[in-house]
Ligand binder design. Sequence first.
Ligand SMILES: [Zn+2]
Length: 180
Amino acid sequence: MHEYGATNFTQEGARLSEVSYVLDSTAFYSGIPYQGSGRYYTTYSVLDEVKHKSIGSQLVHSRVKVTEPSKSSIEKVRKNAEKTGDINSLSEADLSLIALALDLMESGDAVYLVSDDFAVRNVADSLGIPLSQTVLKGSGWHRISWVMKCRGCGKEYRESRLNECPVCGTKLVKKPLNNS
Ligand SMILES: [Zn+2]
């Protein structure tokens, strides 16, 4: 897996500058756009989140290209997030970010989506979008499938949009699918 760390960046600066990075808010907090010369992208809704936390918006504007994803990509991401069971964990900003990475990828860019968010990574991975983390976390990450589990009768459902158990009416909780 590609890792986005400061040391890594210095060593591979030349190569990394050819690559586009789509940044989520955690990437801004970790200071990624303020170092090096990669091509950085984000969406307006992510920038709003970052501004909210008053991170130097002037600097962000000068280093980061802010753009909106296509509607068709947002739809595609939404459909995939329903399939993977992550739809309820994703904000509009999350959806826009994955869709932007998809747009760039489909236009032939070498792109990495930089996010530590589990649901974002899960859905991006299901769409074949290359991922990068903001911090070095080893290779522990893998894609997860979710099930909705009933705390009343114990039945499990693969349909992520269910909120209540169709059998007994108890509220369902989301949990990772046990593959074993
Ligand atoms: Zn039940």
